[in-house]
Write a protein that binds this ligand. Sequence first.
Ligand SMILES: [Zn+2]
Ligand SMILES: [Zn+2]
Length: 152
Amino acid sequence: MTAQLCPNCDHAALTQASSGILLCGNCGARIVQGRLQCPACQSINKLGVEMCAACGEPLTIVGRVLSRQGLQTRSQRLEQMRFRTGAIKEEERLSSDARMSGFVEIDRRRIEAEHESLLAQQALDKRLFRNVAIGLGLFLLFVAIVSLVIIL
Ligand SMILES: [Zn+2]
Ligand SMILES: [Zn+2]
């Protein structure tokens, strides 16, 4: 029995895995109706790609080696870049929200501090007023005593 030609790597290494699914003994591709199917998410990928464009699952032996070594194919990089750009935008939105609530927090603290210093000022004023009143009272008492002494 001659194995079928793999559309992904052109090697005659396709074997029937289950109904309608062919596995390539050479490149490891999973071929469904002449197309490359991701074993993880079932997405149909273009022939010749090493990793699934949808989920990044290695589709071929080359893809498995690349993903093990942390390497990526160009299409995979583009896919991830697109994903990250979305993630960055989301992050920016969140951090600007955080900045906003940071400003609100600073404003709240500033108002609180102002309020506290106002209270402290009022307390100081009260004490000062009391001291002046006592001083004035003592002075009047002193004047009264002196004038009494003079009169007598
Ligand atoms: Zn193959
Ligand atoms: Zn996938």
